[in-house]
Design a protein around this ligand. Structure first.
Ligand SMILES: [Fe+2]
Length: 231
């Protein structure tokens, strides 16, 4: 009996080609995909990629190292990383990146949107999940930003997530959104997600996570690919 990872749940993910999201037109595959056999390469992970992580890496309000604090609504983002069977996934490397409170990324190619940069905010953070699969970041809520997909296009406020679970086969890159954003209905990236999966991308406001006189709290659980059993 050999244990391998379950196949990608295509019905839960956006299609590779979603014409309203223009970048997908050129980058989507034009031939049928070929499934490859899972070998050691696919069923193992990158090793202790978190070895150099410190708790400071999960605090985006101060990890620019300037001695100052980022401007914006302090927000705690926490949740659990689980597999499809509900098992917690400890030691998962969780990496996030986001725009600042004005909707501006600190990136040399980000020049079209004339919003201010925040010298105390890099917009990147990392942490490692606990034995219960829990991650936790302190950041500021990102602002919406315009993009060139179509006239007057604006992205809802979001945080990009990358997760390296127990193997390369469980790698997930996704986006987290905040509740009740009026831009959801107008955003082709959000709309490209099958309707039954969209709510899974929206964090829940959680008053038990909110810290008095400090920061608002949001909870967002993430499910990575589970195991399949084959003879
Ligand atoms: Fe973004």
């Amino acid at each position: 009996m050999t244990q391998i990872y379950a196949p990608r749940a295509h019905e839960d993910h956006p299609p590779f080609l979603y014409s309203d999201y223009k970048s997908t037109v050129k980058r989507s595959p034009s031939h049928d995909l070929i499934s490859i056999v899972q070998t050691l390469t696919e069923t193992t992970g990158p090793g202790p990629a978190w070895v150099d992580l410190s708790d400071d890496d999960a605090d985006l309000t101060t990890n620019a190292g300037t001695g100052g604090e980022a401007i914006g609504q302090r927000s705690i983002i926490t949740g659990r990383v689980l597999d499809e069977d509900g098992n917690p996934l400890p030691d998962t490397l969780v990496e996030i990146w986001q725009a600042n409170a004005c909707g501006r990324y600190m990136h040399w190619r980000e020049t079209a949107f004339p919003a201010p940069l925040d010298p105390n905010f890099l917009g990147v953070g990392q942490c490692r999940t606990t034995d219960d699969g829990e991650y936790r970041f302190l950041t500021v809520k990102p602002g919406p930003y315009p993009w060139g997909n179509h006239p007057n296009a604006w992205r809802p406020a979001h945080i990009h997530f990358s997760l390296l679970g127990p193997s390369i086969a469980t790698r997930l890159v996704t986006q987290m959104y905040f509740p009740d954003d009026p831009l959801f209905a107008l955003d082709p990236i959000f709309q490209s997600v099958p309707e039954h999966g969209r709510d899974r991308l929206i964090a829940t406001y959680d008053h038990s996570v909110t810290v008095e006189n400090w920061a608002l709290g949001y909870r967002w659980d993430i499910v990575l690919r589970g195991m399949a059993v084959t003879a």
